[in-house]
Each structure stands twice: as structure tokens, then as C-alpha cells.
Design a binder for this molecule. Structure first.
Ligand code: ZN
Length: 293
């Protein structure tokens, strides 16, 4: 009999939970809004409890304590989201389930999902997945494993060149102002241009500027990590016309310095949309569950 796994992607606005054994073998999938920790985790636990699962992958929004040696392992740490700071997700599940529980940041799960379930990615050793939406963050896969460090990487908050004459917008990040997320997240676009990003027409100057900020960020990542593929997901990246100018600007900024044919060509196979679409996170959580047993 095929083993069943659970995968939970816990976002700031909604949770997605799935039971199955792979992207094409999903038995049931549900989504519900993120309210209080008690109610939302309770709904997830009740959903998974109906099944005989071999393991569950839990991938909530962060920041998280991912250090198994820490007393707060399994918790969401300093989130500004009311009621959620200090919530121990793993402990809540341990009270009901006696199976392995994988615990990972949502964007790391998305990176692992793209890596694990997509055969062309599986042949690589490294991949970076950026989510560019309500927030910005990156999951980094090196040697086939999700990268952790002191805590977890937070590449959405790297600093980018910001010409304040050309773009006087001060940024939206409460910690850094004009970091990558502060300049280029969905809320930053909405506040700078005074309308939701998805309503900006294709020829609006916002998109050229957005492509430029994303290209700066990618060049920093390419020069530090040398990933073999970069996947760009999240709500802002659903605007597909962003891809060609991002690739062009990355090529321009690198200026032929790195001698890889991947970087001097069209980069259509290098900077790509998520192969799993919007399901990278929940399917990544499922992959983490599967790899935990
Ligand atoms: Zn920041």
C-alpha cells in the first residue's frame, strides 16, 4: 500500500493542507484563512487526523526557530502578526500525532518542493527559490539540502542600490526601510504607485523598475551562491512579462564576467517560474514529510 503523507503550508493569510504521496497523487487538499493560532492549527490537526499518515511536513510563515537543540524549536518567533509570536507549531502537532514531523520555513519548503518533485531540478545540486509577493524571501538548496545557518537565510532583506533621485520612495520594511522587500514587495509597489500591483498596466514604468530591483538581488545571489537555477514565485511574479526584462538586466549587470554559457544565453532555463505553480509550498511540505522517514 502507498504510504500517505501530510503537508501544511501556513501562510499569513491562508493555510493549505494536503494529504497524498506526490503532486499527482493528492487524496485531499483544503485551504482555510489564517485566524488565531488555536483555531487555525486546530483546523489543520483535525484535517490530518482523518488519515493514517506516515509523516507530516509543517511549513508555516516565519521567522521560525529551526534549531532542534533550542527550547523554542518548532516555534514562530518574532512575527508582527497578532497572536502568533511564540506559537509552537510542532508542539501543537506532537500532542495529537506520534509520527515524524518535519518543520521548515514556508519558502524553504517551496524551494524543496520545486527541487524534489521536478526531475530537471533534481538533476541539479543547487537551486534558489524566491517568493516575491506580500513579502520577499528565498529558500536556498545546496547539495540537495535546504540551507540553514545561525537561523535561516532572509534574502528578502538584502540591500540593493537605491537611487533616491530616480525613486524617492523610502521603502516599506519596518526594520530596514529600503531593503529588497521594502522596495519591491507587492505592498511596496501598491504604496509607491498608489494602486494594487495587479492593476498596473503592462506598459507602466513600475514593471521596468521592479525588474531592475529583482535583477540586482539575483546578481547578488548568483555571485555569492552560484546557484544552478533560480525559480521566481509569489504574487508579484504572476506578472509573467517581468521575466524577460529581469533576465536581460541580470545579463547586463553580470556583463560577461562569469564564464558559464547558462548566464550568457537567454537564461530562459535559468531564471524560471515555479514548475509547481502556486503549489510549491504545500507540495514541498509533503516532500519534507516524505524525506523525514
Ligand atoms: Zn527589510
Amino acid at each position: 500500500m502507498t504510504k500517505l503523507y501530510g503537508g501544511m503550508e501556513g501562510g499569513g493569510t491562508k493555510f493549505v493542507c494536503a494529504v497524498g504521496s506526490g503532486p499527482d497523487e493528492i487524496v485531499e487538499e483544503v485551504r482555510f484563512p489564517t485566524t488565531t493560532p488555536g483555531e487555525t492549527l486546530g483546523q489543520a490537526i483535525a484535517f490530518f487526523h482523518k488519515y493514517n499518515l506516515s509523516a507530516i511536513g509543517l511549513a508555516p510563515f516565519g521567522p521560525l526557530d529551526l534549531n532542534p537543540a533550542s527550547a523554542a524549536y518548532g516555534s514562530i518567533t518574532a512575527t508582527p502578526k497578532p497572536g502568533w509570536a511564540g506559537t509552537n507549531v510542532v508542539a501543537a502537532f506532537q500532542r495529537t500525532f506520534d509520527v515524524p514531523l518535519a518543520f521548515e520555513l514556508d519558502v524553504n519548503a517551496a524551494a524543496f518542493g520545486e527541487y524534489s518533485w521536478i526531475p530537471e531540478n533534481r538533476r541539479l545540486e543547487s537551486l534558489v527559490y524566491f517568493t516575491i509577493g506580500t513579502g520577499i524571501n528565498a529558500g536556498i538548496i545546496i547539495n540537495g539540502k535546504v540551507t540553514h545557518g545561525l537561523t535561516h537565510p532572509e534574502a528578502g532583506h538584502i540591500r540593493l542600490p537605491h537611487d533616491r533621485k530616480e525613486d524617492p520612495f523610502p521603502g516599506t520594511c519596518p526594520f530596514h526601510g529600503d531593503c529588497f522587500e521594502g522596495l519591491a514587495s507587492g505592498p511596496a509597489l501598491a504604496r509607491r504607485w498608489r494602486k494594487p500591483a495587479e492593476t498596473l498596466p503592462n506598459n507602466h514604468p513600475a514593471w521596468e523598475q521592479e525588474a531592475a530591483y529583482i535583477a540586482y538581488a539575483l546578481v547578488n545571489v548568483i555571485l555569492t551562491l552560484s546557484p544552478q537555477r533560480i525559480v521566481l514565485g509569489g504574487g508579484v511574479m504572476e506578472h509573467q512579462p517581468l521575466f524577460p526584462p529581469i533576465r536581460g538586466k541580470v545579463r547586463g549587470l553580470l556583463n560577461g564576467y562569469l564564464a558559464s554559457p547558462v548566464l550568457t544565453g537567454t537564461m530562459e532555463e535559468y531564471i524560471v517560474p515555479p514548475a509547481l505553480g502556486k503549489r510549491s509550498g504545500v507540495l514541498g511540505a509533503l516532500a519534507l514529510a516524505k524525506s523525514s522517514v
